[in-house]
Design a protein around this ligand. Structure first.
Ligand code: ADP
Length: 654
């Protein structure tokens, strides 16, 4: 179940207020299509209203067939009435086609609108949302929930309109025919209304539960049947457990769906019993009325009785349907509720009203972290959460605590520190993927919150550990960085990233499709593609999250060679895992537990003998004589570090 802090249904005011609010939102969706809606309603009113004519004609036909005064049938009248009885259904049929078209197109347009707004809204949500929501959940909003809207319009909404018209026109016709028999029929109405009310609430609750269970199930299939999921399951031998988990959720879905179907059904069965009793009562009461009003003055003829019993089913059947429809309307509201739930999640990271674009300069940018404090998901730091963690470890309030960093234009800054220190988090704060809790992040002296997100994205490039390539051609993947790049620019970028030759070796060259069902590049190749993508973009600020996964020596050297020209001439912040990078860095920031422990150049930090010295010894320092060739291949690293290297670094560089 979705547990988003701002949008959980449990936190919403329940009952009337929220229902009215919800209804308002639903009506709002129809507003752009109001002309179509008016036309559709008009057509429904026409066809449903016309339906009352035939039962009335029954009375006239009967009275013409068996005139009250006796004698033979009045042939002329019977002919006219019979002709009308044939013509009217034909008209209804033709108009009905137009009506079906209108209703379906309203339903589809509504779904189209909802899918568009949901997609646009989700695009605007911050990383916070996506790290706390499973993809299966999001998928289910699109498929299950929005998919259900079509039937809301074609079945539920249109049958409400049709039934209202049918009930009203039928009532009028019945009243004209015989008020006594109409009164008898109305006598049963309150019973139905009561049942409707009861069934609606019960059905809505079960439907909501069923929807949640379905979402859970599709999340499980998404997670466990993905390539990584299945690999994990197989290698850890957890298939039996996964199967159990799936089975129990699947059972829940089935059980809840059965319950959802039954809640309305039991009450509907009771209505059907009433349907059968109704004509019998008409005959009895008619006999009583005719007997007591000495025949003719009651106005009840054989035609009247036949017409009334026909009309009665036209009255009860729609009421029975309304009973179902109102149950459906309730569960439809649940669908809308789940969709609006998502649409109402606030977009927490958006342009400020007075945001300005980051002025672009030629040189690299200046970056400053000014007493930055940050924590993930502040809403979740509740007492309940603390209790969960109590037996493990005390919850750490800050992922980043009072962090001060200053990076001059054009510098290469390396961030090092143990796992979980907060390095990646820092790399998220600069492009404003998250907002700081306290303090400020500044680019060229501008608080990132005062800048437009688009201008930051324009001037900033990220190479992450996990290279994400779309299931599309190599060309399209590269053009993602700059759609207007020419083939020459594309190739130049790929040459600079040492991946051009590899791409041209492939049968389809730049048109080779990458991804799950396409060509699988190796880790090093993917990284070089990502580097080519960033070279193409040529941002002023580069954030580089170096892969921790070891590459083979050749790949490592190629990636390193691809990176060195990229790092030059721009401000680079590297989460460093390679010796060459830290040696090349102008400044190294050492982070631990979200705090800056020390900073300086490699040589300065080594002399201090603090955390960096320890890290260097265990993580980065070349082991024995076979030092990694990485340092050598960094154009800048090797050359610039040598003068500092009185302490074994020379060996690494030489
Ligand atoms: P590093 O990159 O140095 O390994 P991170 O920046 O990834 O460290 O993580 C810093 C701290 O923040 C860790 O304690 C980690 O568990 C926590 N953290 C990271 N991402 C999230 C998240 N999405 N939600 C909550 N906590 C997170």
């Amino acid at each position: 179940m979705h547990r988003w802090a701002h949008g959980s249904p449990a936190e919403k005011p329940s009952g009337r207020v929220s229902n009215r609010h919800l209804a308002g939102q639903v009506f709002g969706l129809f507003r752009p299509h109001r002309h179509q809606v008016v036309l559709a309603v008009g057509l429904i009113v026409f066809t449903s209203g016309l339906g009352v004519v035939n039962p009335i004609l029954i009375k006239f036909v009967f009275d013409a067939l068996f005139p009250v005064g006796g004698g033979g049938p009045e042939m002329g009248l019977v002919g006219i009435y019979a002709g009308l009885m044939i013509l009217i259904p034909m008209i209804t049929g033709v108009v009905g086609i137009a009506q079906t078209y209108q209703i379906n197109s309203i339903g589809q347009r509504l779904m189209e609108d909802l899918r568009n707004s949901l997609y646009a809204h989700l695009q605007g949500l911050s990383m916070r949302f996506f790290t706390s929501t499973r993809t299966g959940e999001i998928q289910s909003r699109f498929t299950n929930d929005i998919g259900g809207i079509q039937s809301v319009v074609t079945d539920t909404a249109s049958s409400i309109v049709a039934n209202v018209v049918v009930i009203a026109s039928t009532l009028v016709a019945m009243l004209v025919l015989s008020w006594q028999l109409t009164a008898l029929s109305l006598f049963m109405m309150p019973v139905f209304l009561f049942l409707t009310y009861r069934a609606g609430n019960a059905r809505r609750k079960v439907t909501l539960l069923a929807q949640e269970s379905k979402a859970e199930m599709s999340a499980i299939t998404q997670e466990t049947l993905s390539i990584s999921g299945i690999l994990l399951g197989k290698t850890f031998g957890r298939q039996r457990e996964e199967m159990e988990r799936f089975r129990s959720e699947n059972r829940q879905v089935a059980d809840l769906s059965i319950r959802a179907a039954m809640v309305g059904r039991v009450l509907f069965a009771m209505v059907q019993v009433f349907f059968s009793i109704a004509p019998a009562l008409v005959y009895l009461v008619s006999a009583f009325v005719i007997y007591h009003s000495s025949g003719l003055s009651s106005g009840i003829t054989a035609g009247t009785i036949v017409a009334i019993t026909t009309l009665q089913s036209r009255l009860f059947f729609p009421i029975g349907q309304m009973l179902q429809v109102s149950v459906e309307a309730q569960s439809s509201l649940a669908l809308f509720e789940r969709i609006f739930d998502y649409l109402e999640i606030p977009q927490d990271i958006v342009d400020a009203p007075d945001a300005v674009p980051l002025p672009s300069r030629r040189a690299g940018a200046e970056i400053e972290l000014d007493h930055v404090y940050f924590r993930y998901d502040p809403a979740h730091l509740t007492t309940q959460q603390s209790a969960v963690h109590a037996d493990q470890e005390a919850p750490r309030p800050w992922a980043i605590e009072d962090l001060e960093m200053h990076i001059a234009p054009g510098q290469l800054a390396a961030i090092v520190g143990p796992t979980g220190a907060g390095k990646t988090t820092v790399s998220y704060l600069i492009p404003r993927l998250y907002d700081v809790t306290l303090g400020a992040v500044r680019i060229d002296g501008h608080d990132v919150r005062s800048l437009t997100l688009a201008s930051i994205a324009d001037q900033l490039g990220i190479v992450t550990q996990e290279t994400y390539l779309f299931h599309a051609s190599v060309r399209r993947n590269l053009l993602y960085a700059r759609p207007d790049a020419t083939q020459e620019e594309l190739e130049a970028a790929c040459r600079a990233a040492f991946i051009h030759d590899r791409i041209t070796e492939l049968a389809d060259g730049y048109d080779t499709v990458v991804g799950e069902r396409g060509y699988r590049f190796s880790g090093g190749e993917k990284q070089r593609m990502a580097i080519a993508r960033v070279i193409l973009k040529s941002p002023r600020i580069l954030i580089l999250d170096e892969a921790t996964a070891a590459l083979d020596t050749t790949s490592e050297r190629l990636v390193q060679a691809a990176l060195s020209p990229l790092i030059r001439e721009r401000t680079t912040i590297a989460i460093a895992h390679r010796l060459s990078t830290i040696l090349a860095a102008d400044v190294i920031f050492v982070i631990d537990h979200g705090r800056l422990v020390e900073h300086g150049t490699h040589a300065e930090l080594l002399r201090m003998g603090g955390l960096y010295a320890t890290l260097y010894e265990h993580q980065f320092a070349p082991q024995g004589a076979t030092e990694p060739p990485a340092a050598r291949s960094s154009g800048r690293g090797a050359a610039e570090v040598v003068p500092d290297g009185e302490d074994g670094v020379v060996a690494a560089g030489a």
